[in-house]
Design a protein around this ligand. Structure first.
Ligand SMILES: [Zn+2]
Length: 160
């Protein structure tokens, strides 16, 4: 925990900007350095990913909170109907973003649950190791790259 906090402030700012919208990736952490022959998902790795997930969730929840306050402050104060309309479409956009963030928070919560159940880091389909680097790129990943690829191909076939 102390390691992550000791990062330079500048690094933190850049990372926060990169994931300003609700995306599946979170970059505000130091990549894990595995030692030789280290066991996959040993306690140190689990702690690493738990920190990432908890911090990511905390940031998202802060953003959701900010929007709620922002909307409470601004609404009901605009006499011009045109302004009101444009403000409302801003709100709609923002609500959509918050909605995505809430869904992402749910995903993060289910990943945290997987950590507690010792299922985190293993493919939910074939049981293979997902891999540290892939998990760092997508901390909520619950499929290995092979199964994910197959999944996406299948989805494409269904939606076209
Ligand atoms: Zn798999």
């Amino acid at each position: 925990m102390a390691q992550a906090k000791s990062n330079k402030v500048a690094d933190k700012v850049v990372a926060t900007e990169k994931q300003s919208s609700a995306s599946d990736s979170y970059t505000n952490f130091k990549p894990y350095e595995a030692s030789k022959n280290e066991e996959y998902m040993n306690p140190r790795q689990l702690e690493h990913f738990q920190n990432i997930l908890l911090e990511w969730k905390r940031e998202l929840m802060e953003k959701v909170d900010e929007t709620v306050h922002h909307m409470q402050d601004d609404s009901g104060n605009i006499p011009d109907p045109n302004d009101r309309a444009s403000q409302e479409s801003d709100f709609t956009m923002e609500l959509r973003t918050r909605d995505r963030e809430r869904r992402l928070i749910k995903k993060i919560e289910s990943s945290i649950k997987h950590l507690d159940d010792d299922e985190y880091g293993f493919c939910g389909n074939c049981g293979e190791e997902i891999g540290i680097r892939r998990l760092e790129a997508r901390p909520t990943a619950d499929l290995c790259i092979d199964c994910k690829t197959l999944d996406e191909i299948r989805e494409k076939h269904i939606s076209h």
